[in-house]
Design a protein around this ligand. Structure first.
Ligand code: URA
Length: 276
């Protein structure tokens, strides 16, 4: 096969690759023969995939950020990549200001979120609202999402049971990971707060203890997506953990003050989270 034909086939393959929403991290090696299925013409989308001439990678050009996020949310609500997609009531893509500087990422929807399709609307959510206010923001000024988009349950056959929440497992996190990464890359915040061990250890470093990474600022490094600028991330306690252990609130607040300083902001002391 001539080099030009090979390049054409490779381009076709890349442009139709189902998962290739964003740039593949590793340059794709030229294969001897690439079988290309003929597919119907792609419908108009909010993102455009183009070949980067300098490197054999697909570059995603975002034409309309709001539309791209809405398309992604649509994919999330239809997703059945893992078992959670088969037992959820509503998927919870996330919500908030898509042009924010600050994103909060939790673990996964709970009982209330599963019913409302919105993140952090239960008791932990009420505490998160206080945390956000203490940081000097309104809830609608930030973007709130989760590592997994559907409710992990201990007993999926008993969805009405309270106390049925569990942390997502490694497989569920891995299968859902592309969604949060694409949301991060599209929203492109300056800072992320990872709420709890699941988000912290998935997005920062998979270390045995959460305390090894909590309260420190890291440069975010994603697997599937390539944000257009560097993003800083800090992990602190999950609000649900703070409800169980109110003594940890002062440590959480100390963590968040580190982030606020990095953001060049003053904490709202009138609304201090320690009181919440
Ligand atoms: N806990 C989470 O991690 N996320 C939610 O949306 C609600 C509770």
């Amino acid at each position: 096969m001539k080099a030009r034909d090979l390049a054409k086939e490779l381009k076709n393959y890349l442009l139709h690759e189902e998962e290739g929403f964003f740039i593949a991290k590793k340059p794709l090696k030229k294969k001897k023969a690439v079988t290309v299925k003929t597919e119907p013409a792609a419908k108009k989308t909010a993102v455009k995939k183009v070949m980067d001439k300098a490197t054999p990678k697909v570059k995603t050009v975002v034409k309309d950020k709001a539309a791209a996020l809405a398309e992604l949310a649509e994919q999330i609500t239809k997703c059945t990549r893992c078992e959670l997609g088969k037992t959820r009531i509503k998927a919870v893509p996330g919500e908030g200001n898509i042009n924010t500087k600050l994103m909060f990422i939790g673990e996964g929807p709970g009982f209330d979120e599963d019913r409302q399709g919105r993140p952090f609307v239960g008791r932990a959510g009420q505490l998160l609202d206080k945390i956000i206010a203490a940081m000097g923001f309104k809830r609608e000024e930030v973007f709130i999402a989760n590592m997994v988009k559907c409710h992990p349950m201990k007993e999926p056959n008993n969805p009405e049971k309270h106390g049925n929440d569990r942390a997502p497992n490694q497989e569920e996190i891995a299968l859902c990971r592309r969604y949060i990464e694409q949301q991060i890359a599209l929203i492109s915040p300056d800072f992320i707060v990872a709420l709890g061990s699941v988000a912290g250890r998935s997005l920062i470093k998979d270390v045995p203890t959460f305390s090894a990474i909590r309260g420190k600022i890291y440069d975010l490094d994603l697997t599937y997506a390539t944000p257009s600028k560097p993003i800083k991330i800090l992990a602190t306690f999950h609000p649900a953990a703070l409800l169980r252990n109110p003594a940890w609130k002062k440590d959480a607040w100390a963590d968040l003050k580190i982030l606020l300083t990095a953001m060049g902001r003053e904490p709202n002391t009138k609304n201090d989270v320690k009181q919440g």
